[in-house]
Each structure stands twice: as C-alpha cells, then as structure tokens.
Ligand binder design. Sequence first.
Ligand SMILES: Nc1nc2c(ncn2[C@@H]2O[C@H](COP(=O)(O)OP(=O)(O)OP(=O)(O)O)[C@@H](O)[C@H]2O)c(=O)[nH]1
Ligand SMILES: [Mg+2]
Length: 170
Amino acid sequence: MGAGKTTAIRSISDSEPVSTEMPISEDVEGEKTHTTVALDYSSIELETGELLHVYGVPGQAYLDFMWPMVADGAMGIVVLVNAERADRLASTEHLLRRFGELAPQACFAVGVTRTDLTDAFTLPEFRDALLARGYRIPVLRVDARQPLQVDFLIKALLSYQYGRSLTPPG
Ligand SMILES: Nc1nc2c(ncn2[C@@H]2O[C@H](COP(=O)(O)OP(=O)(O)OP(=O)(O)O)[C@@H](O)[C@H]2O)c(=O)[nH]1
Ligand SMILES: [Mg+2]
C-alpha cells in the first residue's frame, strides 16, 4: 500500500486514467490521503502501435479479492514496493508468490519506490536477497512520479518476456 501504483499509472497515461480512489479513513500513511478501492486502468501505445493495457490493483490486503480478476491472463506483473517499509523484502516475496500463483504465465519485475526518503535501502542487497530466494527477475529503483522511469520499468518487463523465451545458440 502506498508504493505508488496509482501514481505510476497516472505518470505514463497519455489521457486521464480510470481511477477508483477513496479518502483514507484511518491515519495510516502520513501525507497520503487516498487509496485505491477497485482498480486503476490506462492504456499506453507501444512503438509497434499496439495498445498495452495497464491495471493497478488496491494495495490493501482486505481488498485482495480484486487481485485475481486483474492477474488472470496478465502478460506481465510489476510489484511496486515502498523502500521505506521495514518489511519490504517479506512483503515483496509474499506478493511475488501470490501473483505467481494467480498468473503463472506472466513475467515479473519489481520496482522499488520512495528510495529518496530512506537510507536503510540498498538496491544490490535487496536484489541479491530476492535472487537468493529464487527470484531471477528485474529489480529496479523507480520514482512513480517520473514518467520516464515508469516507462523504463515497463519496457524492462516486456523485454524480459522475450529474454526468457530465448533458446541459447548451439
Ligand atoms: N518522494 C517520493 N515519492 C514517491 C515516489 N514514488 C511515489 N511517490 C509518492 O508516493 C505516493 C504513492 O501513493 P499512491 O500512488 O496512491 O500509491 P498506491 O500504490 O496506489 O497506494 P494504494 O492504492 O493505497 O495501494 C504518492 O504520494 C507519490 O507521489 C518516489 O520515488 N519518491
Ligand atoms: Mg492506488
């Protein structure tokens, strides 16, 4: 929750994205005032002219009944994690496992947000910890407010999909 899913989708949208945000009732996240209760949706045009449909899910665990509806048939899944969270590793692993079950055909990438707000996070350490747990996937820092960074993360995810199907020469 609060990692920047809605912000990221807004960043890369050419037009106004569909969003289902409600004011947060409890004081959970400091400056954050809204949370996704159903879905975010937008589409972006790829260089090939194809449309890539991008969906964001609610981050709050009690709304996780929305997750299968979005993950079903998904080509790729980006797990965004807030670097400030002390449980960022366990929480990323939990989400990778959950979404891996929901979308076994999908390729995965992890984007770590809000790294400018904490000194407790280092990317190589985090990437190695995920690798040690068997997750050989792209792990990148991303500021969800920056369109170019979000775009890069999505391109990394898409290119990983091609990389995975590569047959080694010889
Ligand atoms: N400083 C900083 N702020 C960031 C960064 N990435 C995202 N944010 C901010 O973090 C907040 C993320 O909020 P949302 O986009 O609502 O997060 P969400 O993942 O959709 O949250 P839920 O829908 O509640 O699960 C926003 O205020 C963003 O502007 C970053 O890299 N640095
Ligand atoms: Mg949201």
